[in-house]
Design a protein around this ligand. Structure first.
Ligand SMILES: [Zn+2]
Length: 250
């Protein structure tokens, strides 16, 4: 998962008090850096805070299993300050280049690569539009489901069209985006990198909503949707639990 504003992310999780199991390690790593850089805590205090977070949020928390990773996160907390990027702008020239592809899948791929390059440039102004994400990650956030062969094929197509270049070294998978044009008019601000493929579809006028609970983009085919699939499942379950509680209390 690509998190643009790490400070906001940490504060959001802390206020919610819950965390998807798949995000636990990512969160703890960021929380350690948050406590070091934002709250000026020392290593032992950081370990205590991480430990207390897990104690409250993990139903089967066992201290001894977590001691080593928590020590490690606290020890590395000082390395980088948190990234505080609210989003990145795409210019009209860049979007025109993508629209000219006239291919839904290639457009989503090119848009995703552009967003990733702009974010990397934000983090490191000397980056010069390079990205180093894996093919799997790129295609996942581009919301494109295809074979490994097609994944390589589509990237090669963009290369043939002069939109991207590959690093020269054989063992290096880095890609450089060649159609960044910062001088154009700012046209689209992208502040959520979870589903960049859907951000592109929304830009093109397709029906999508931002989930009222978690803000992720979700298809809105019937025009009535409020929540993404995951949140609506969670909310339905919560409602069912409340109904059960009422019945039992009668
Ligand atoms: Zn949601």
């Amino acid at each position: 998962m690509i998190i643009l504003n790490e400070k906001h992310y940490v504060e959001h999780i802390l206020s919610e008090g819950t965390l998807a199991p798949s995000c636990t390690h990512t969160f703890l790593r960021l929380y350690a850096r948050y406590l070091y850089h934002e709250k000026k805590l020392q290593k032992n205090e950081i370990v205590q805070k991480l430990d207390s977070f897990l104690e409250h949020s993990e139903p089967h928390y066992q201290k001894e299993n977590w001691a080593a990773p928590l020590e490690q996160y606290a020890a590395k907390a000082s390395t980088y300050p948190l990234c505080k990027c609210d989003g990145v702008w795409m210019t009209d020239c860049e979007l025109q280049t993508i629209l000219a592809l006239h291919d839904k899948v290639l457009e989503r791929l090119a848009f995703t690569l552009l967003c990733l390059a702009k974010f990397r440039d934000f983090k490191n102004p000397k980056n010069d539009h390079w990205i180093s994400n894996s093919n799997g990650e790129i295609y996942s956030i581009a919301c494109i489901n295809t074979t490994a062969f097609e994944k390589d094929n589509k990237l090669h197509l963009l290369k043939e069209l002069g939109l991207i270049a590959f690093a020269k070294k054989v063992d290096n998978l880095n890609i450089r985006i060649l159609f960044v044009e910062e001088t154009g008019k700012k046209e689209l601000f992208v502040s959520d990198f979870r589903k960049l493929g859907y951000e592109w579809r929304l830009y093109k006028g397709e029906k999508y909503i931002r989930c009222t609970a978690c803000g992720i983009l979700a298809k809105n085919t019937n025009g009535k949707r409020k929540y993404c699939v995951e949140c609506s499942k969670r909310i339905d379950l919560q409602k069912a639990k409340e109904r059960m509680k009422k019945i039992r209390n009668l």
